[in-house]
Ligand binder design. Structure first.
Ligand SMILES: NC(=O)C1=CN([C@@H]2O[C@H](COP(=O)(O)OP(=O)(O)OC[C@H]3O[C@@H](n4cnc5c(N)ncnc54)[C@H](OP(=O)(O)O)[C@@H]3O)[C@@H](O)[C@H]2O)C=CC1
Ligand SMILES: [Cu+2]
Length: 469
């Protein structure tokens, strides 16, 4: 038996007892789960007599005594109170010290908490883990919260011991590498939807801009020029104009960064050159952009469904029927209008169905069941088709309004027309990219080929992510 196996056996033989320093929220929740999983739990506390709140079956002792009874010690104490651990150094030598601490702010300290702990207790095998799991989710059994335990540390065996504990608590363990990444793990709980920020800002900006525009155009202008009060239209009509426009532009914005990246690669003649940071960031949040766009499309569907029961629509229809009767006229069937309304409705429904499919395949549980080619086919080809159908839907709905400009000045075009600018640019560029000659060049570039006269340029770094156009 070599020394490593012996050390492992020694670690495993003691695994039935786990020590926890600190009897606070996290210590208590973790202790409870460990007891339920069949471990013996010993708490190390400043106040061993105060065990009223602790889970039944756990023992409480002073820190040094508690540390002697186990090989694995969870340090459920805030970093600010770590200093006393230095004096326990001799007792903690060779033990697996699990640092679970988080900070209040990002980059609060120059050294991560785990590295600081290993500096305080140099003889211990420090592992960073469990800091991304909350005391609450531990208590609720991890059933309705994040179940992923991210682990890092410099000692493989010590990490394995922590992985085994995580597994026995029915949590998923992911090894993230050495103790150097500890500060990254400590930053994770402080993040608040990092990839949603840009998409949320974009959607808020688009919402505000489109709403202001249709408000000025449909309400304020009508009031000032025609002395007509259209303000009641804000609630449903204007909202139902703004939502589909925002959804369409945002769907187009999901595809624009991939297209820009492809043109950059074409221009550079190589894929071995980094994209600008803003493009990288934009590409990383395409999924969030798409999901927000889908939410706006859903809103548009719901607002459209209530149109027949609106008072205003009821009033307009009744008035039309009455005037037809009064003037003894019939409501002529116009084939052109029948075609147009069926066409835009059908395009809208098909586009929306594909849009929902895109949303579904972005869910990890679904995308995990697809291979890369299938995923690309849906996200790229069907996404392109969805954008095309949705653009056609908006175009067919508003085309007479584009042509019929007399009511408004040239400087106040239809809002639908404005919302088509970005999607049309994206569709045209995308069409250029799928032309066989261009597509062939891009495929070759992505396989590592470099345009001869540009070869070697910027070969310092690869693109940070594979492309989905
Ligand atoms: N709560 C949570 O959801 C999560 C917490 N964490 C981390 O877990 C650690 C503990 O958090 P939490 O349980 O919420 O905090 P609490 O404040 O509830 O508990 C901290 C415990 O530390 C001990 N302690 C306090 N001061 C000192 C000191 N000067 N010297 C020695 N021990 C001291 C106390 O135990 P005693 O009186 O027995 O000595 C106290 O109960 C923190 O580092 C936190 O960042 C990480 C992820 C989630
Ligand atoms: Cu529509």
């Amino acid at each position: 038996m070599n020394s490593e196996t012996m050390a492992m056996t020694a670690l495993n033989s003691k695994l039935d007892t786990v020590c926890i320093f600190g009897t606070g929220d996290f210590g208590r929740s973790l202790g409870l789960r460990l007891l339920e999983a069949g471990y013996d739990v010993v708490y190390g506390s400043r106040n061993p007599k105060n065990s009223a709140l602790l889970p039944k079956g756990a023992k409480v002792m002073p820190h040094e005594e508690a540390s002697r009874s186990a090989r694995v010690i969870f340090v459920a104490i805030h970093r600010e109170n770590y200093d006393f651990l230095a004096s326990l150094s001799p007792a903690l030598g060779g033990k697996v010290l699990v640092d679970i601490s988080n900070n209040l702010n990002k980059h609060q300290y120059t050294k991560s908490n785990a590295e600081y702990l290993s500096m305080l207790v140099p003889g211990a095998l420090v592992v960073k883990a469990f800091n991304t799991i909350s005391a609450w989710s531990l208590q609720s059994g991890g059933l309705d919260a994040n179940r992923q335990v991210l682990i890092c540390g410099n000692h493989v065996d010590a990490k394995q011991v922590v992985v085994d504990i995580a597994h026995s608590l029915c949590l998923n363990a992911v090894d993230r590498g050495s103790l150097r990444v500890a500060s990254e793990l400590e930053d994770l709980p402080l993040q608040l939807f990092p990839l949603w920020r840009l998409p949320l800002r974009i959607s808020a900006g688009l919402l505000g801009a489109f709403f202001l525009y249709v408000l000025i155009r449909d309400v304020v202008y009508a009031r000032v020029v025609d002395n007509k009060d259209n303000s009641f239209r804000i609630m449903v009509s204007l909202a139902n104009k703004v939502f589909p426009m925002v959804a369409l532009v945002m769907l187009a914005l999901c595809y624009l960064p991939g297209i820009i990246a492809a043109f950059l690669q074409l221009n550079n003649g190589t894929k071995y050159r980094r994209f600008p940071d803003w493009l990288d960031h934009w590409m990383l949040c395409r999924k969030q952009l798409g999901l927000l766009a889908l939410a706006f499309a859903f809103l548009h569907v719901m607002y459209t469904l209530v149109i027949p029961i609106r008072y205003f629509v009821f009033y307009k229809r009744a008035n039309m029927y009455i005037s037809l009767v009064k003037e003894n006229k019939t409501y002529e069937f116009e084939e052109k209008w029948a075609w147009r309304s069926d066409a835009y409705l059908s395009m809208g429904m098909l586009g929306f169905a594909l849009f929902v499919l895109l949303g579904l395949t972005s869910l990890p549980s679904v995308s995990n069941s697809l291979n890369w080619r299938e995923f690309r086919f849906i996200q790229s080809k069907l996404g392109y088709l969805s954008l095309l159908l949705c653009t056609a839907h908006v175009f067919l709905y508003g085309w007479d309004k584009f042509l019929h400009m007399s009511a408004y000045k040239w400087w106040m075009p239809s809002s639908y027309m404005l919302s088509l600018v970005v999607p049309c640019i994206v569709l045209v560029l995308k069409t250029v990219l799928i032309m066989p000659c261009v597509d062939r060049t891009i495929t070759r570039i992505r396989q590592g080929w470099e345009r001869p006269f540009k070869a070697g340029m910027g070969k310092d770094s690869k693109n940070s992510q594979p492309l989905i156009l």
